[in-house]
Design a protein around this ligand. Sequence first.
Ligand code: ASP
Length: 406
Amino acid sequence: MKIKLSLPVQILIALLLAIILGIVLPVVADYTSWMGTIFLRALKMIVAPLIFTSLTCGVGRLQGGKDFGRLGLKTLSWYFFTSFVAIFTGLLFVNLVKPGVDADLALTTPVNEIAMTSGSLSDNMIRIVPDNMFRALVETDMLAIIFISMLFGYFITRMSDNNRNMLNNFFEAANELIMKVTDFIILVSPFGIFGIVIKIVASQENLGELVYRLGLYMLVVFTGLFVHSLITLPALLRFVGKVNPVKHMKAMVTPLLTAFSTSSSNATLPLTMAAMEKNAGVSVKLSSFTLPLGATINMNGTALYEIVAALFIAQAYGIDLTIGQQLIAAFSALMAAIGAAGIPMAGMVTMGIVLTAVGLPLEGLGLILAVDRILDMFRTTVNVWGDMVVCAIIAKSEGENIYPES
Ligand code: ASP
């Protein structure tokens, strides 16, 4: 008898196997982690061409520049709104639970080892305009690629009919090709996910001890993420978007689990786009506009984590932040989340923005370093879920018939 398991089931089995084997037989990781490496390389390989072709094609198909500006404003407003709600959820719980107050946490990791290479906010803004557009593509510089694609797409709409159609057809064909390659990568994802997860589990010898020491802090981050992703976002989806949240989440299982295991919104992006288009029925025009932008700037989970971590550090150092300082921290958490690239641990690097904004010691990062990789898996999942929810809400508001029977 031949049993055919669906992809999400295959991924779940891969995850469970990786966790169990990573604990009881960690040596297996030495022989299997290459599968994860190849999977990640393949996803990284495809992400720059995917964004470039799909976004150029998406914007190029918009009707005149007016449509583009309106959609852009709507998308950005939703992204900022949901990020702020996430930050205030984190702020609420960290003030209620006070995980760092009276904590006896020794600084064990030398903080100077952390590369504070994120640059200032203005530097990051300037870098949106690349000095070399080919290098931006080669180096997968996400914000710059988004900028180039929008520029190209916008000016395609301003071309003469003949040339516009020719370029639109070209980018559409290129986009179809890239999506086909993406489908193939998705097919082998259970092996890749197994390889990544077993390596993480096998290398965390002190897992129990670490979780114990930072348990309370993690609990606050988890509770915040839980409330935001399972209560706030579904409520917005249900009441504003008029979409069934359970149905939406079920349709998104594959990219969500991939986000969890890769800790990278960028790496997950090809799968997010495929699921939104094929399972939810969102148009390519919308998904290719909102999702690459979301993977780069909309990080609800990261924003929530940044504020909780900053306040946890303040509490652990015995520093009482005033409401005003907490508001500054909240605003800088938004900037830090926007500035963080969609790659593993990026949020940890941009934490410097929040800490310096409210005058907290950078050494405080040493406190949270140990558990950051674990939290990264959860916050990245919420980051990607936030993009999916906003994309669905916008699709509905644009009159698209997603999940027709719900
Ligand atoms: N890993 C996260 C992401 O890719 C970013 C972060 O480190 O918070 O979405």
